[in-house]
Write a protein that binds this ligand. Structure first.
Ligand SMILES: CC(C)(COP(=O)(O)OP(=O)(O)OC[C@H]1O[C@@H](n2cnc3c(N)ncnc32)[C@H](O)[C@@H]1OP(=O)(O)O)[C@@H](O)C(=O)NCCC(=O)NCCS
Length: 158
């Protein structure tokens, strides 16, 4: 069984994040917070990842959205947003991406993600579906959703 870990905010983790393509504001602001001691060393980040030996080879960010802001699901409820799912090139196609998505599903909450171009085949395999596009909600995004048992996509009332 591939182990998924909650990633801690420390210099070592932030250094490993540099290997990922989707490195940007989120990582830099975590680094600044650490430098300015706004967060403590080893406090929990929103990232989960998989190590191969000492190397972080796959990661995703996962965040729980409060029910109040749920415009996607029926009944209205807390849900997870998943982003920055990425497996380093040398380790792709070996089940690590799938393992991270399965880990997210284990919370038994609906999940929303915005897929990158070319990853639709993967998400389809993971059981995600396109949310009906609603301009005011989704703007330029093309969100995909995963529904646990007993949950439906919210109907759009025009
Ligand atoms: C997309 C990504 C997260 C998938 O993770 P991964 O570890 O490589 O994928 P897995 O090995 O867990 O694959 C799980 C299943 O999805 C399938 N799959 C993976 N990527 C796929 C894709 N782009 N299209 C269709 N199916 C795909 C696998 O064949 C596998 O199927 P199986 O369970 O029947 O064997 C990862 O490849 C990645 O980070 N890619 C970065 C670049 C990118 O976004 N590429 C998009 C594809 S070009």
């Amino acid at each position: 069984m591939i182990k998924v870990e909650r990633l801690l905010i420390n210099y070592k983790t932030l250094e490993m994040f540099k290997r990922f393509k989707e490195y940007g504001h989120q990582e830099l602001s975590m680094l600044e917070d650490l430098q300015n001691k706004i967060v403590e060393n080893n406090s929990e980040s929103p990232f989960y990842g998989i190590y191969y030996g000492n190397n972080l080879i796959a990661r995703m960010s996962l965040y729980e959205i409060n029910k109040k802001y749920d415009y996607y699901f029926e009944p209205q409820q807390d849900y997870l947003t998943l982003w920055k799912l990425e497996v380093l090139p040398d380790y792709q196609g070996r089940g690590y991406g799938k393992r991270l998505v399965e880990f997210a599903k284990e919370f038994r909450l609906p999940i929303k993600t915005n897929p990158r171009i070319n990853s639709h085949g993967f998400w389809e395999k993971m059981g995600f579906q396109k949310a009906h596009y609603e301009m005011e909600r989704d703007l330029g995004e093309n969100p995909l959703i995963w529904l646990p048992e007993g949950v439906q996509e919210k109907e759009i009332i025009k």
